[in-house]
Design a binder for this molecule. Structure first.
Ligand code: F6P
Length: 337
């Protein structure tokens, strides 16, 4: 049976057509959010266009109808059915003006943007310069957006990294070896620090910490050796100042002749089936974004603070990025004794 024809009504506040896109690095839970946006919109008589490849799809006007049935069985899948991209062209104001004009002529009255800080910055510009209504849903494994305790994909990526390192721990302990394990996070140590606590790492290096230097690491490893520890795991964030796990490993080999091993977990952390929490927040944020757009809100993103849903103005994306609390890396060091 065909669904109700989209159209203005009291239920949808006159909103007839919206677009949804995923942008930046994919994150588990994005599909849950897409599904929720589509199904909430359909329930309110609003048509949804699925914009392909993030902001690039806005530039290319690649925005076919996304129907409810196309969202069947995607809740549990990682990645994004809409594909994603990092679109440099969108930095150009002329391109943004063309995009706004394209949206107007297609009758797409609002956008739901699922992504990280770069994606929200683009959405904020589109609203500020051209009045396009935009709702943001936080989606990045980095968990580095201001104003929210959680972003889609972080919980899944964290659990993936911990599971991998538990396996590495078995072999590290059997061979009495040092392993350096690199996790993602070009500019953020959130994933590294939380992973380090959850897998009982001996040390952690991450971009925001200026005190966790190579010299401090050497001292930590030496102290552990003197306490009788014969194997260690050091979690290194990809963007750490020491240059990532490969560089730290080369330096330790060169300086001390250690027979260590380096593992770069890489994009394994970005893929895979989302955890229950990433599915739940993807679903809740998707529903809320559509309801708020239909109520006339035009420039906001959603988040969670102390377990409760929160809403922020899109401009708040320019607030300082959250950093891993210092006490977390201190816990890593203390519990490694
Ligand atoms: O933003 C998420 C993230 O996975 C970062 O942790 C990482 O630095 C970056 O994306 C990698 O991006 P790409 O897959 O484009 O190399």
């Amino acid at each position: 049976m065909a669904g109700a024809a989209p159209g203005p009504s009291a239920a949808n506040g006159g909103l007839r057509r919206i677009g949804v896109l995923t942008s930046g690095g994919d994150a588990p839970g994005m599909n849950a959010a897409i599904r929720a946006v589509v199904r909430q919109a359909v329930a309110m008589g609003i048509e949804v266009r699925g914009v392909h490849h993030g902001f690039q799809g806005l530039v290319d006007r690649d925005w076919p109808v996304l129907a409810s049935r196309q969202c069947a069985n995607i809740l549990q899948r990682g990645g994004t059915i809409l594909h994603t991209a990092r679109c440099k062209e969108f930095h150009d104001p002329v391109v943004r003006a063309r995009v706004a004009e394209g949206l107007r002529s297609e009758g797409i009255e609002a956008l739901v943007v699922i992504g990280g800080d770069g994606s929200f910055t683009g959405a904020e510009l589109l609203h500020r310069e051209h009045g396009v209504a935009c709702a943001g849903i936080p989606g990045t494994i980095d968990n580095d957006l201001p104003g929210t305790d959680r972003t889609l994909g972080f919980d899944t990526a964290l659990n993936t990294a911990v599971e991998a390192i538990d396996r590495i721990r078995d072999t590290a302990s059997s061979h009495e070896r040092l392993f350096l394990v690199e996790v993602m996070g070009r500019a953020s140590g959130m994933l590294a620090v939380h992973t380090a606590i959850a897998c009982g790492a001996e040390a952690v290096l991450y971009p925001e910490s200026e005190s966790d230097t190579y010299e401090v690491l050497v001292e930590q490893l030496r102290a552990n050796w003197e306490r009788g520890k014969r194997s260690s795991i050091v979690v290194v964030a990809e963007g750490d100042q020491e240059g990532g796990a490969m560089n730290v490993g080369s330096r330790l080999r060169h300086d001390f002749g250690l027979d260590l091993r380096v593992v770069v977990l890489g994009h394994i952390q970005r893929g895979g089936s989302p955890t229950a929490m990433d599915r739940i927040w993807g679903s809740r944020w998707g529903v809320e974004a559509v309801k708020r757009l239909a109520a006339g809100e035009a420039s906001f993103y959603l988040g969670v603070e102390a377990g409760r849903m929160v809403v922020r103005p899109l401009a708040a994306i320019h607030d300082p990025r959250p950093e891993p609390p210092r006490e977390l890396s201190e816990i890593v060091a203390t519990l490694a004794r």
